[in-house]
Design a protein around this ligand. Sequence first.
Ligand code: SF4
Length: 294
Amino acid sequence: MSASTDTPKLRMSSLSTFADCPRRGAFRQFAAIIAEVSEKFGRPIDTSRPFKGSRAARLGHALHRKIELLLNAKMESQVAPQELVEQATLETLYEGPPLRNPTDAPELAWDDLPEDDNIADVETALKMIDNMSSAIDKHVAKSKPLALERFISAPFAGFELTGHPDQIDEEIIVKDNKSHSGTNPKYYGEQFGGYGLILKEMGEKPTALEQNNFQRLKEKESPLRVMQYIVDDVIKDAENLIHRTANNLEAYVDSGDPSAFHANPHSPLCSPKWCDAYGTDWCTRHKQGVTTIV
Ligand code: SF4
């Protein structure tokens, strides 16, 4: 299928991007193949992606770290010392690629990217994590973790499917934790279906797929909203999406034509801020200018 002889990898965390805009998903997932094929067809496309930091992503990492430490201790029938958990959470909040605009206190530097204005500073991010404490405690209390961040993979439709679900509980309940702004959690059914599909292929089909949602709030306690996906439905959706992606990739490798992957300019993420392909020759949607006639 692919230009190279290696079996292409497909991360399950990218499936929701493929569902939203297949062209954007391909640019993120198949960068090496696109670079090779576009070169071969004499229309080289630069698939390198500039680092785009994100306060929201960093806060998400810190939240994951906190939950991971608490669940790790629970797996060992211990209670994690609060001080250590807070320290590790803080460190996770600050770690990552070099920051662009260090503040007067470089050790506490933050980035200045214009995203998620509701996390404008470190203090606010820490307050938000603090406001999630009761939701985190509820989540940990009802968890019976067997594995955290387990790497799972299986061959399917010419791909090597890969994933790292945040946790797998007793009775093969797959859980992934998300933080979100706004009232409603986002839908990640394709990603969960992908995890379910891999585990099914491994002979460990899940009994439940559960998305735990932590809302980012500055002023008050965050609620815990749990989204339960219908296992067979989302696995089917993931299978269909993966087959379609395999067909699209095959057509692209044969033709060198990016339109083998459908482009969705209706996506709310169709902007230079969210799409790495925006402004490149991989997708020409950015070239459709608007003329104001007075
Ligand atoms: S620019 Fe818009 S349509 Fe093109 S790949 Fe990105 S999100 Fe999709």
